[in-house]
Write a protein that binds this ligand. Sequence first.
Ligand SMILES: *Cc1c(COP(=O)(O)O)cnc(C)c1O
Length: 223
Amino acid sequence: MYDVKGQLKKVLDTLPDGVRLVAISKYHPNEYIEAAYAEGQRIFGESHEQELRQKHTSLPQDIEWHFIGHLQTNKVKYIAPYVTMVEAVDSLKLLKEIDKQAERCGRVIDVLLELHIAEESTKYGLRLDECRQLLSDGEWRQMKHVRICGLMMMASLTDDQEQLRREFLTAADFFDEVKQQYFADAPWFRERSWGMSDDYTVAVECRSTMVRIGTMIFGPRVY
Ligand SMILES: *Cc1c(COP(=O)(O)O)cnc(C)c1O
């Protein structure tokens, strides 16, 4: 088995105070998650509803599951009873559906708004103007069963450190703008979810509060 324990420790040792780790366990078996859990890791991220459902059912109930992938509205009802955070909300429609399903479960679900800043056209997420529009429309203010806790983004797939830095800092500046304009009195609006295995050291220099790391902890995924 891959050295999950050693790799987890390596990652945790390099994270500054105030940056939390979401261990991205998609495509990895339960025993890998259990190995990280045994070391104290409690936040795990998955990107497929069925896989998440199976893992949630069979693993310790105090794991906090983050849904990190693109979430179809028709899948929300399945994860609403137990998911801790939906990280990649990229439309008002999805936000509304999470609110509706959370209400049915008598819960409040934490969410992040996903930004599209990277150059790749295939990535999901709201462009900055779309995100401004969603917030200024104000419909989210009526939603009592979602709590918008911050922003999430994926940077471009590149080794160019300066480009990565530009993208993360664009997100960080945008966070400040939105915080000041809409969430100044909302202490829970504080998360900046950026940084993955290949770029998290740059991300934490650019004010990330939450890194989503899979490969570096669990090894390559077998699809
Ligand atoms: C898979 C995934 C990650 C983790 O990527 P690694 O390169 O394995 O660290 C992070 N965020 C999202 C949204 C992902 O889908």
